[in-house]
Design a protein around this ligand. Structure first.
Ligand code: C2O
Ligand code: CU
Ligand code: CU
Length: 455
């Protein structure tokens, strides 16, 4: 396949034109150079953060912070991010959940060459979808995301949404010891099971922060799970909360209920009536408190907005759709694959394991879809662990499960439960080679990834 080679050549041409690390202004902090065109300079660089009181952690940051700088755009506008890599190793940026052309997708050797230390790359695309999305590298992912390279991308609705207050809450748990030093981001025996969990849970980089909200008013909470491993069982102690969007895409508003399972990579837009002045509610993961939300100021009147407008996603027609089957299973070897560096293989999709050291994997797509056709993917989990299954490039609709009643919704990530079989549907409307993988990062890096081609 000449595709990869052609893309790499394009990437080289782009670099030559740009000039490496240019002579222009250098901003340590990412910032919007022009808020109307949503134009950012974004630098990834090491920075020490005090995540554990009294100790410094050698984090890697986007825009000098972790989670990274919040990038914002408006639906229908262009977003331009001039990205510079000041890390000691190659990286890329992948825009998770938002539909972009292949050359902006940030997968090394598939959509671009890795951005080497000192180099820049300009990401520029029109944002078709409003919602809560995020960005992260697609290179040495367990370590790069683990060190802090994760950040929110918020796309505002074209017309006012009816929300007057909002907060972004980025959830991440860090792999640290008591002195703030990093511990292993991926441990083989954990990667072979549920994934390697962090130990220090944070919201916007702080452990169990206290956040102030305008008392009595309805606040949009954009909750993003930017963690490598953890599925959060989100709940609120008291307070009325309604779900407005799942993984960026609007749903008919409904009560949060007892708990919402937010897998790695997934997002939830909640409307919460903030507590009365001085009162508080806790945002929790199961029984564990993630953040305390306190009402401040004079008591306001709650105004519950209408449902958010839907995004322009093609509606799959299940009548004419072709069904493709994907089995996700444990591949049952605990030893390192010979000759493959330090890559372990524990997982596979339809009998194939992705080798993160093999740049040519994407040349062997697991399925080839015809542009404009409709498809149903039947996802079968043959393992005892859940997998948040994520697709690049296209948004799909969840239509059925053998485990629960499905009220269909659009998403980029479906949390496939143990032994669950689910059906998702999509229109193959974005040509390219798209990663299809589990978002438990060490599952992805030990085999649970495939490429889907649309031609
Ligand atoms: Cu957040 Cu390949 O994805
Ligand atoms: Cu993605
Ligand atoms: Cu998985």
């Amino acid at each position: 396949m000449t595709f990869t080679r052609r893309k790499i050549l394009t990437g080289l041409a782009g670099l030559a034109a740009l000039g490496v690390a240019g002579g222009g202004a250098r901003y340590w902090l990412g910032r919007p150079a022009d808020p109307v065109s949503h134009d950012y300079e974004l630098i990834a660089a090491p920075k020490e953060l005090e995540l554990v009181a009294g100790h410094l952690t050698p984090a890697w940051c986007y825009g000098g912070q972790a989670p990274g700088l919040e990038l914002r755009a408006r639906q229908g506008d262009w977003l331009r991010v001039r990205f510079t890599n000041h890390l000691p190793e190659p990286t890329t940026i992948h825009w998770h959940g938002i539909r972009v052309p292949l050359d902006m997708d940030g997968v090394p050797y598939v959509s671009q060459l890795p951005v080497l230390p000192g180099e820049s790359f300009v990401y520029r695309f029109k944002v078709e979808d409003a919602g809560s999305f995020w960005y992260h590298p697609h290179t040495t992912s367990a370590a790069q995301l683990g060190r802090g390279l994760v950040g929110p991308l918020i796309v505002e609705e074209r017309a006012p949404s009816g929300f007057t207050h909002e907060r972004t809450l980025c959830l991440k748990s860090w792999h640290l010891d008591k002195q703030g030093a990093f511990t292993a981001f991926s441990v083989p025996r954990e990667a072979a099971r549920g994934g390697t969990p962090g130990v220090l849970s944070t919201v916007n980089g702080e452990h169990a922060p206290a956040l102030e909200l305008p008392a009595g008013q309805v606040v949009r909470l954009r909750i993003l799970n930017l963690d490598n491993t953890l599925t959060y069982r989100l709940n609120l102690s008291g307070g009325e909360a309604r779900i407005y969007a799942i993984d960026g895409h609007p749903v008919a508003p409904r009560a949060l209920g007892k708990a919402y399972w937010l897998g790695p990579g997934m997002r939830l837009d909640l409307a919460l009536q903030a507590p009365s002045p001085g009162e508080e509610v806790s945002l929790r993961n199961g029984p564990l408190r993630l953040a305390t939300l306190t009402g401040v100021g004079d008591m306001g009147e709650p105004v519950w907005p209408e449902a958010l407008p839907r995004n322009p996603i093609a509606e799959p027609d299940t009548e004419q759709a072709e069904t493709l089957r994907f089995n996700f299973e444990w591949s049952g070897t605990l030893s390192s694959e010979a000759g493959a560096g330090d890559a372990f293989t524990f997982w596979q999709v339809n009998g194939q394991a992705w080798d993160i050291n093999d740049k040519t994997c994407a040349d062997r797509p697991i399925a080839t879809l015809k542009k404009g056709r409709h498809y149903i993917f039947e996802l079968r989990n043959l393992s005892q662990y859940q997998h948040p299954i994520h697709l690049h490039g296209m948004t799909f609709k969840v239509i059925a499960s053998n485990r629960k009643r499905i009220d269909p919704w659009f998403t980029d990530t479906y949390l496939l439960g143990k032994n669950e079989t689910a059906r998702i549907a999509l229109v193959a409307d974005n040509p390219g080679v798209w990663m299809f993988h589990c978002h438990v990062i060490d599952h992805m890096e030990t085999g649970l990834m495939a490429a889907i081609e649309v031609v």
